[in-house]
Design a protein around this ligand. Structure first.
Ligand SMILES: [Zn+2]
Length: 399
């Protein structure tokens, strides 16, 4: 199941427009060039195939020149715009739900155009909206003042998030320690084993909710810290959760807690990171290629500016779900640390101390399947709730 399907099935009552929305037929949709090339931009035609006719509107905006097509009562589903035939004819195509009952298609144009004609016609069992665009001289480009101004007569934004996610949601679970590193030990129990047991149960619960799960280890083997982060990045994780149950002298620490990166240590860590030979690995997917180390450091800070509040938001989701489900928490449930597994600049990350193996009650909890079931539920619900927030946030940024 995908992220969107997951969110819809778990958290939302069916929105009114979902009764019988028109659906996009990606195979019947295309962005094609229709004229002979003479060196400049070519005439373009956008064809959107839908399972039934819908009210629509289309207009141009500037900065950069874009074609906007708004569709009422259409479900664009989970199709990727870049998979549409001819998508390469435009610098970029984006689409998604953006207000309750409305979807928007945005085509970035390779230059100034005018809308030559637009219409909707039945084609076999499908309805096709066609927007033909002709290139014009820059002085003849006549966009709407802004996309926002063009939207004033549309309904208010939906209160519930209804934007599709582009990809399945992936959580990376990182059971701490393992192999020759048993972690903390108490009364014949090892942290490495207890967190692995919990992580495997959590994986099953997340998979049952349609979430992709990647584990940095699935058995009692040693995995280096850098390797754990590399695995998370290679998996394209949307969220990284490290699981521990460390020890402190009896009486000093009890209850669950969540750690996020300490932003005040950011500068130093960034410096260290950029000096490391794993630099390329850490930045994979961040498009820093060709930049020097100093600029890469700045860009990593910039990336973390976005990531840090998302990690903190997840930590709050965690503590609120634990609290709701009656999980005993540490007196400071959210804490900050410079644990290296939390330092990914581009992936929201948290370290969950399930409890302290050195504490009698915590240890009993970790060994108790009923307690683990409750804790698994708290974590799973926090992930789903946070993912819903993230989806709403992503939809807002797309506008
Ligand atoms: Zn640990």
């Amino acid at each position: 199941m995908t992220w969107l399907a997951l969110i819809l099935s778990l958290l939302m009552s069916l929105p009114a427009w979902a009764e019988d929305p028109a659906r996009l037929d990606l195979g019947g949709s295309a962005l094609v060039t229709t004229g002979r090339g003479w060196g400049g931009p070519q005439p373009l035609e956008l064809r959107l195939s839908l399972t039934k006719p819908v009210p629509y509107r289309t207009f141009l905006v500037d900065g950069p020149p874009r074609l906007i097509v708004d569709l009422k009562g259409a479900d664009l589903g989970l199709a990727h715009p870049q998979d549409m035939f001819g998508a390469d004819n435009a610098p970029a195509i984006r689409w998604g739900a953006y207000r309750q009952g409305w979807s928007r298609v945005v085509v970035e144009l390779p230059g100034p155009y005018r809308i030559d004609r637009a219409g909707q016609a039945a084609r076999a069992a499908l309805s096709q909206i066609t927007v033909a665009l002709a290139p014009v001289a820059a002085e003849d480009f006549a966009p709407r003042p802004s996309a926002t101004a063009a939207l004033r007569d549309l309904p208010e934004p939906a209160e519930t998030p209804d934007a599709p996610a582009d990809e399945a949601f992936t959580v990376v679970l990182d059971p701490g320690h393992g192999g020759f590193d048993p972690g903390a030990l108490a009364e014949g129990e090892s942290e490495a084993n207890l967190v692995l047991v919990f992580s495997l149960e959590l994986r099953a619960a997340l998979q049952a909710r349609g979430i992709n799960v990647v584990m940095t280890r699935e058995d009692d083997s040693f995995v280096a810290l850098e390797r754990r982060m590399t695995m998370a990045r290679q998996a394209g994780g949307d969220l990284f959760i490290s699981l521990h149950a460390d020890a402190l002298p009896e009486g000093q620490a009890a209850g669950a807690s969540v750690y996020v990166w300490n932003p005040s240590a950011d500068g130093r860590a960034t410096e260290q990171l950029t000096l490391r030979h794993e630099r390329d690995d850490l930045m994979a997917g961040m498009d820093f290629s060709g930049h020097d180390d100093a600029l890469a450091g700045v860009l990593m800070d910039f990336a973390r500016t976005d990531t840090q509040p998302r990690s903190e938001s997840f930590a709050r989701w965690m503590t609120s779900r634990m609290s709701l489900l009656g999980i005993v928490m540490h007196e400071r449930p959210v804490q900050r640390a410079t644990y290296s597994v939390l330092k990914s600049p581009d992936m929201p990350s948290a370290l969950l101390e399930l409890g302290f193996i050195s504490d009698h009650d915590d240890r009993a909890n970790l060994l108790n399947p009923q307690w683990r079931e409750r804790m698994v539920r708290a974590v799973a619900e926090a992930i789903v709730g946070w993912a819903r927030d993230e989806s709403a946030r992503a939809a807002m940024l797309r506008r």
